[in-house]
Design a protein around this ligand. Structure first.
Ligand code: G3I
Ligand code: 9MR
Length: 573
């Protein structure tokens, strides 16, 4: 049985209003483009069904005047969508305003916004998501509005599981490990995923101090003379620091034994535990705390001694990892929550990331001993972190020049590949093959992040164009015709796999959450088919998305995916 998502129904309705004869088959159902809008100076492209006409126009809504007459590109296919489409490029239109993009033969025009700082609200929303996902805190109405909720999961009584026990902290030891963010749609907290998330947000802050000094998120800490983004980061960083055992190792996660039912967090009181210390968690933490030490040093006055504390924590984690180089996460007996584990992981990328950040922090050459430049710079992901280390070294004045050049060559090779991918896609979007996996929208955002950073090192306008197209993809230029960011765009997810949004009694989900995105894995088939008697078609990678609670594989939200989007929206802002 096939159930159409709301977006598909809207698209289908649109399509039915369109003269079907004018549109070839195997093409887009309607015009799709970035539903939030375009900055004045940025590239501006819409995807158009493969119509007979070659012309499109842009009309100024305020005056009703046509301000641009354009020609559609030649039809081109995108294997990941099994569609042939055409592109409408109206990049030369820069004047801020509200416009209508119209194409002969397509009844439904597309609304276009062009403005300075057009992503400001989406950026704030994507950061405020973290406040809404706070653990251990009541969300007051003055800060959370209709999404206010009582405090939950104080995490002041957390038990040491057998897998994490030491002579100093035997099984059953009670620890107080409050604060932090729920990882995603679930209520657990994971060091591996928290690390890339916090690292990415710290870099966004470090790149744009002036922007974030004045960005008010209306959180409890607002107006305390510290950037709200830093206050929010510290809510999770404080918890991360508490997860370091006395020997320097990091507990892999803090969790109940099972995923909670679909219920509000403050109604859940299952015992919570810290489990096994692992090499991945400890190395990821070392890299993150090394960066945190550098960033917080700029706020020494407000946080005296914190930079040194983070430095010591990072070095202590490194020492533990050196003594425990291959401790892979094993789900402890009786536990069934998330793993953030890569089967057969050799941790090469985690070692490289930690080495890079610790060298940048300390200047000690010992961290570069054994540093290997990976053959390719992969799109950053919780399981693939080498590129984050490469970017740190490439941006550091004291990186040995031969090493820096090797890194730049590798980064450029990846960026050039991604540009070629975009040029070979009918949608002009650099998403292919394995990019369409669990969290594919996080992949799109992280690929845009890498392109933006590589462009700063080896400038190439095509890198920025390819990054913009990936942000456009996330915000609407995709075969599902969805802006995957809840609450930002015309068609957005309404039923994300996010417990609070599912049961808070409010129709609109919490805004600013990036849905995981389409891919063929279909890991949630049983959940959807058996428990909810619904189904979706996983056959086409870029369309295999289902806007239903059941689909945790395509429709969950997660702190790491949002972080990359925050980063790129801050860069494009
Ligand atoms: O790395 C392999 C790759 O070599 C192989 O080609 C590919 C084939 O599909 O699989 C890759 O492993 C994937 C792994 O993520 C790394 O990308 C697994 O298939 C895939 O199942 C795994 O998905 C992870 C998922 O948990 C299930 O473990 C997601 O990345 C991860 O974001 C997600 O994280 C969950 C937490 O566990 C719990 N909280 C919610 C959060 C988001 O859904
Ligand atoms: O809510 C859980 C989500 O965070 C995970 O990503 C997902 C896969 O591990 O599992 C979800 O929890 C489901 C569990 O796996 C099976 N029973 C139903 C739970 C809610 O969908």
């Amino acid at each position: 049985m096939r159930t159409l998502s709301l977006a598909a129904l809207i698209t289908a309705a649109t399509l039915s209003a369109t003269s079907l004869s004018a549109i070839a088959k195997n093409t887009a159902a309607g015009i799709v483009a970035n539903q939030v809008g375009f900055n004045s100076q940025s590239p501006k492209v819409a995807v158009v069904p493969n119509v007979a006409s070659n012309d499109f126009t842009l009309t100024d809504k305020a005056t009703g005047r046509i301000v641009y007459n354009g020609k559609l590109s030649a039809p081109k296919s995108w294997s990941e969508a099994k569609e042939t489409v055409r592109l409408a490029d109206f990049s030369s239109v820069q004047y801020p305003g509200e416009y209508t993009l119209s194409v002969d033969g397509i009844a439904q025009p597309f609304a276009v916004t062009i403005d300075e700082n057009v992503y400001q609200e989406a950026l704030s929303g994507a950061i405020k998501y973290y406040y809404f996902n706070r653990n251990s805190a009541a969300l007051q109405k003055e800060h959370a509005g209709i999404y206010h909720r009582p405090a939950s999961h104080p995490d002041t009584t957390v038990y040491v599981d057998a897998s994490a026990a030491t002579p100093e902290r035997p099984v059953g030891t009670v620890l107080s490990l409050p604060k932090g963010w729920f990882d995603a749609g679930d209520f657990s907290k994971y060091i591996v995923n928290s690390s890339i998330t916090v690292h990415t947000l710290l870099r966004a802050l470090d790149n744009h101090p002036a922007l974030f000094a004045k960005l008010n998120l209306n959180i409890p800490e607002s107006n305390n003379n510290i950037p709200d983004l830093l206050d929010e980061i510290l809510w999770n960083l404080d918890w991360m620091v508490s997860m370091q055992d006395t020997d320097g190792g990091l507990y892999h996660k803090l969790t109940a034994k099972r995923f909670e039912p679909v219920a509000m967090p403050h109604t859940q009181y299952k015992p919570r535990f810290v489990v096994q210390k692992t090499t991945a968690a400890t190395l990821d933490y070392a890299a993150t705390l090394a960066l945190a030490s550098r960033v917080i040093a700029q706020y020494e006055e407000q946080f005296p001694g914190r930079a040194e504390q983070y430095r010591a924590a990072a070095l202590k984690a490194w020492d533990w990892a050196e003594e425990n180089p291959n401790v892979l996460f094993e789900q402890p007996e009786g536990f069934r929550t998330g793993m953030y584990r890569l089967d057969g992981d050799d941790y090469k990328d985690e070692w490289a990331w930690a080495r890079a950040e610790l060298f940048v922090l300390t200047g000690k050459r010992k961290f570069l001993k054994g540093y290997e430049v990976a053959n390719t710079a992969r799109t950053p992901e919780w399981s693939d972190v080498e590129t984050l280390g490469m970017l740190a070294l490439a941006n550091h004045a004291k990186t040995p020049s031969s090493l820096k050049q090797q890194i730049l060559d590798t980064l450029k090779k990846s960026a050039d590949t991604w540009v070629k991918q975009a040029h070979s896609s009918g949608y002009g979007v650099a998403m292919f093959g394995r990019d369409f996996r669990w969290g594919s929208n996080g992949v799109a955002a992280n690929k845009a992040l890498a392109l933006i950073d590589i462009n700063k090192l080896v400038p190439n306008p095509q890198y920025l164009e390819t990054a913009q197209a990936l942000v456009d993809y996330i915000l609407g230029r995709n075969p599902n015709g969805l802006s995957y960011l809840t609450g930002f765009g015309e068609n957005t997810p309404m039923h994300p796999h996010h417990r609070v949004s599912e049961v808070d009694g409010i129709q609109a989900p919490i805004p600013g959450m990036l849905a995981g995105g389409p891919h063929k894995g279909y890991q949630d088939k049983k959940e959807c088919n058996v428990k909810y008697n619904v189904d979706y078609d996983p056959s086409i990678p870029s369309k295999a998305y289902f806007d239903h609670w059941c689909s945790y594989a395509t429709n969950e939200v997660a702190i790491n995916w949002n972080a990359a989007l925050v980063y790129v929206l801050a860069e494009l802002n």
